[in-house]
Design a protein around this ligand. Structure first.
Ligand SMILES: C[S@@+](CC[C@H](N)C(=O)[O-])C[C@H]1O[C@@H](n2cnc3c(N)ncnc32)[C@H](O)[C@@H]1O
Length: 351
């Protein structure tokens, strides 16, 4: 069992996972630790001590509310553009120095590389699970004009912003709605591409997350996941106490419930008995520059943060510390950036 899987909401609310500070590159929202403590009091008493799945609803509301707040502030979109995920940097770009690459372009490159990794060539129905402002949904909708693309998120403000941007860009084959990925109101066997980019970190129940996505996937369809992962813990290589402390910091500071390894995602996909061709890869080298680059874009253009005042400056410094520690965890191998893909068996039957 991966570290954290057995934790209850009592120890740390497993289901409230604030969107990472990284995502906002100097965002004005508070650090997860502050929120982590506060949310314990905000949560109804009946949720305490229950399993993550049992206490999902109030926590999901909190995740949605946090994303709502950040969408309204506009700082996240200012720095990160339409995409709330890491970017990719080729070997040549890394050798030249990440600051030479456009921060937002790195995210578009990531999407194109994730699509290539998925192996999906001409999907006609796409589900973007945890779609953010819908940057990826729109990108895929433009690429596959005959496809209908549906993005789901917990944040009503993201739904609204996603729709506005689609309208501005003349993208008519995409829709957005509020829906919980762990209880999707979608019939079985609906989509031929299910896409999940950096939403898994938020899920209090990774098994259910994978099972739901497989359920709505058409036979022969493709599921592709990108997720921050912790390295595999094995009997030969258990986490040291230093590593455990560092992981705990990474969970707490940005209020993630827990991470799993990308190999565990592979096992979860295979464990459904419905998936074949399951492959996981570590994309840490090509995504690693995103961390420090997210600080850099704020350093060269700090005005939006500066005008927000001292409280935000304090929080920003704290966020930078966390970003650096996250960078270090990925650089040291404690964390890994996982990409996982698989196809649903063509007959749709259990293996
Ligand atoms: C880090 S953002 C990633 C956004 C988008 N995939 C992108 O790459 O730009 C995480 C997204 O996951 C969504 N999310 C988190 N938990 C969710 C859940 N249980 N159901 C649906 N969406 C969820 C959040 O609302 C947010 O839109």
């Amino acid at each position: 069992m991966q570290q954290g899987l057995s934790r209850s909401c009592d120890a740390q609310c497993c289901c409230v996972t604030a969107p990472r500070a990284l995502h906002t590159a100097l965002r004005p929202a508070g650090p997860g630790a502050r929120w982590s403590a506060a949310r314990q009091h905000q949560m109804p008493a009946w949720t305490r001590g229950r399993s993550p799945q049992q206490s999902l609803d109030p926590c999901c509301i909190s995740v949605g509310q946090e994303y709502d707040a950040w969408t309204e502030e506009g700082v996240l979109e200012y720095y990160w553009g339409e995409h709330i995920h890491l970017g990719t940097y080729s070997e040549a770009e890394r050798a030249a120095g990440y600051t030479k690459k456009d921060f937002k372009q790195a995210k578009y490159d990531f999407i194109d590389e994730m699509l290539a990794f998925s192996g999906a060539s001409a999907p006609t129905s796409i589900l973007d699970v945890g779609c953010g402002f819908g940057g990826t949904s729109r990108h895929l909708a433009k690429k596959f004009r005959n496809a209908s693309v549906r993005g789901i998120t917990l944040s009503p403000k993201q739904v609204q912003r996603g729709g506005e941007l689609a309208k501005e860009q003349g993208v008519t084959n995409v829709t957005f709605e509020v829906m919980d990925a762990l209880a999707m109101q979608i019939p079985d066997n609906t989509y031929d591409l299910v896409w999940a980019c950096e939403s898994g970190e938020h899920m209090p129940d990774k098994k259910k997350y994978v099972e739901e996505m497989v359920r709505v996937l058409k036979p022969g369809g493709t599921l592709v996941i990108a997720c921050w992962c912790q390295r595999e813990e094995t009997p030969d290589r258990p986490f040291s106490s230093t590593e455990r402390k560092e992981l705990q910091f990474l969970y707490d500071e940005w209020a993630h419930p827990y991470f799993i390894s990308y190999q565990e995602f592979e096992r979860l996909m295979k464990g459904t008995g419905l998936m074949e061709g399951v492959v996981g890869e570590d994309w840490t080298p090509q995504t690693l520059p995103s961390w420090l680059h997210s600080i850099w874009v704020g350093v060269v253009d700090p005005w939006i943060v500066i005008f927000k005042g001292p409280a935000i400056w304090y929080k920003t410094v704290r966020e930078i510390v966390t970003i650096v520690r996250m960078h270090n965890a990925f650089a040291s191998g404690l964390m890994q950036y996982g990409l996982i893909r698989g196809q649903k068996r063509a007959d749709g039957k259990l293996a």
